[in-house]
Design a protein around this ligand. Structure first.
Ligand code: S3P
Length: 416
């Protein structure tokens, strides 16, 4: 797909629903007593995978545009094969959820998901007595019926997917389960479970949960800050953008911290809380940026935005160092490799590190041909970089953006 460079980029944008919240709203309501309506849901391929899996487990799920009606089936069907597609969130959260439900289940996924690490869930779930077998550390993942016992779990990595897997297993375990992570990751699971009546409390980086039944909960999904981020970045690079109704849960707003350090001018307007999640409209204006330093503490709150932050740093003045981001190596692609290659192919100067990047900002990039490696975040970051570049260029396999943002290129005003 050819992307032309542009002099200015301006506009008001209503972005698709939050991917993490949509997954959880569908999955948890499918496991709850009663019926719920989810509005402004993301109907990207990953969330469609979650709907497919929850139907296979017995829930009744009807979709109409961005509205999803879920009739829960707290007792899941056994002997199911769950196709998680490209979605790590579906596979990891669901493994935790089914591990205490006394059923047999196999969870499998596409080529990319089958390369991603799954021992990170099998190991902590085994501490609760779960029978979760991986295929040499990967999918397919096999779950067999077991009675779970609460346990205290210390995680080595900050991962909302792993934390959530343990919490969801803890809902079926006898006694109390606690899970502590080194740095706080996104907390949508905790917030939604609390609203659904679960016995759960969070204290800093530790979450405690006891056996609970869930009550159906209507959810209005805020726009995804990880999707808005591409339009926010274009505002900073090329003009002025306003992104409406964006979820600004503090475990997700690392991009704003990066903006503060880069010197990006932005304003949060119309701040409110809805359905237990903070929401705001975000106005971003063209800004001169300077290089920054990001370390492990900064990473979880901007984990999915790091390729884009790296791209912004390539347009900044001066050197940027990003470390403590080794998790990027095991996302939908190796995002350290893919991001560094993308910036360098566009005429920038990015050295990949084992756990991050050094980027020597040049204030401008020429453009070039970019491989998305079938990774939605790489494809969308490339589009932003190319629009802001001098000559534009091509993106190979751009259609992978449908994982999290099906109409990304339409919203961007690029002809397909
Ligand atoms: C997600 C958590 C993050 C993120 C992913 C969605 C979630 O993964 O990268 O896109 O919904 O819990 P990790 O928690 O494994 O870092």
């Amino acid at each position: 797909m050819q992307i032309q460079s542009r002099e200015r980029f301006e506009g008001e944008f209503l972005l698709p629903g939050d991917k993490s919240i949509t997954h959880r709203a569908v999955m948890l309501n499918a496991a709850a007593d009663g019926e719920a309506v989810i509005t402004d849901a993301l109907m990207g391929e990953d969330c469609i995978s979650t709907c497919r899996c929850m139907r296979a487990l017995g829930a009744d799920i009807q979709t109409d545009g961005t509205t999803v009606r879920v009739k829960g089936a707290p007792q899941f069907k056994s002997g199911v094969k769950l196709d998680c597609g490209n979605s790590g969130t579906t596979m990891r959260l669901l493994t935790g959820l089914v591990s205490g439900k006394k059923i047999d289940a196999v969870l499998y996924g596409d080529e990319s998901l089958s390369k991603r690490p799954m021992n990170r869930i099998a190991q902590p779930l085994s501490l609760l007595g779960a029978d979760v077998q991986t295929t040499e550390g990967h999918a397919p993942v096999y779950v067999a019926p077991k009675t779970l016992q609460g346990a205290d779990v210390q995680l080595k990595i900050a991962s909302a997917q792993v934390k959530s897997a343990v919490i969801l297993a803890g809902l079926s375990a006898d006694g109390e389960t606690s899970v502590t992570e080194p740095i706080l990751s996104r907390d949508h699971t905790e917030r939604m479970l609390f609203a659904m009546g679960a016995d759960i409390r969070a204290d800093g980086t530790c979450v405690r949960v006891k056996k609970s039944n869930l009550k159906a909960l209507d959810v209005r999904v805020p726009a995804d800050i990880s999707s808005a981020a591409y339009f926010m970045a274009l505002g900073a690079l090329k003009g002025k953008t306003l992104c409406k109704n964006v979820g600004v849960n503090p475990t997700r707003t690392g991009i704003l911290k990066a903006f503060d350090r880069l010197g990006v001018r932005y304003t949060l307007c119309n701040q409110r809380v809805s359905g237990g999640e903070e929401i705001a409209d975000i106005l971003v204006e063209k800004s001169d940026m300077r290089g920054i330093c990001l370390t492990a503490q900064d990473v979880p709150a901007m984990i999915d935005e790091l390729p884009l932050v790296a791209m912004l740093c390539a347009f900044a003045d001066g050197e940027t160092t990003i470390t403590g981001a080794k998790e990027l190596r095991v996302k939908e692609s190796d995002r350290i490799f893919a991001t560094a290659e993308m910036i360098n192919r566009m005429g920038g100067d990015c050295t990949p590190l084992d756990d991050g990047f050094i980027i020597r900002g040049k204030k401008k990039l020429i453009g070039g041909d970019i491989d998305s490696y079938l990774d939605h975040r790489i494809a969308m970051t490339a589009a932003v970089g190319l629009i802001a570049s001098e000559k534009g260029g091509n993106i190979k396999n751009p259609e992978c953006c449908a994982i999290s943002f099906p109409d990304f290129f339409d919203k961007l005003g690029v002809d397909r």
